[in-house]
Design a protein around this ligand. Sequence first.
Ligand code: COI
Length: 353
Amino acid sequence: MDIRYEECKTLKEKPDQNNLGFGKYMTDYMFVCDWHKDQGWHDARIVPYGSIELDPACVTLHYAQETFEGLKAYRREDGKIQLFRPEMNAKRMQKSNERLCMPAFPVEDFVEAVRALVKKEEDWVPSAPNTSLYIRPFMFATESALGVHMATAYKFMVICCPVGAYYATGLDPVKILVEDELVRAVKGGTGFTKCGGNYAGSILGQVKAEKMGYDQVLWLDGETRTYVEEVGTMNIMFKIDGEIITAPIEGTVLAGVTRDSMIHLLRDWGYTVREEHLAVSDLMKAGKEGRLEEVFGTGTAAVISPVGTLRYKDDEVVINDMKTGELTQKLYDTLTGIQWGRLEDKYNWTQTI
Ligand code: COI
């Protein structure tokens, strides 16, 4: 892929690394590439970050033909910058796009675009503890037309922003409400994709949970509202009787990169990890009987989020006395150790820029 560069006239002032929050400060440049049905992908470029003009009839604004990804660049102690499993994001985006009838962006071009943009923005990769450069690749239809159809033109873009913790609570355990009315995904739908529509549909549940004093929502399967699936913006894992259980990837749950990495680590450490359906009633029963040892969410943005309480209808269970569990902490330390280059990467998950 040939990438054309256009330089900024002035560069932005960098924000305070100790107060980054999540997704607030965009960097100086962005990657853009266009697709047209007659030309395929063309005009790959890294240009000054800025607004894009869209026709009010742009199909994305009406029918949400949009997919996205999320990954991070980490500043190691020796100053080098590394990415974590970027090809997994590239492949997952292809799967999302296939479901939404959008063109595939080649895996090697996806990784090259990310690498080129991070290289260009290397001064933006923060070095304060637990900070990173969050990278957001996304694609959307640009055709102007109000008929519902596969569009004739798309844009693939990558933007990035230095970030701290996604949740203000950091590694403190969160309170979760099991949503028993609204649903996030059904088999045959788009639940396994990273498309904007999935997240738009989840906001009402989040608002409801917050009103009731909870941090996040645990979604149940959309057909029977019996089995636990995902939490807010993360996958979720339960340690019950010494074994780890998490929802299987069968079309409704996102195939998380952090989820996959955790499963690798856990199996390597000798844990049994079962990718199986878990009924919320069995989960609450295990909680009441003291067999629910640890619960944690996993995601790129959030890394690991320990769960301290679970509420389902009128029942509530407290997990590990509202403290971060030993295994959750070990997973967090190991994963972040590999990502920031503090620990040996025997899995070949990282690549330096
Ligand atoms: C990520 O974890 O990278 C995500 O994409 C979640 C996002 C909705 C904040």
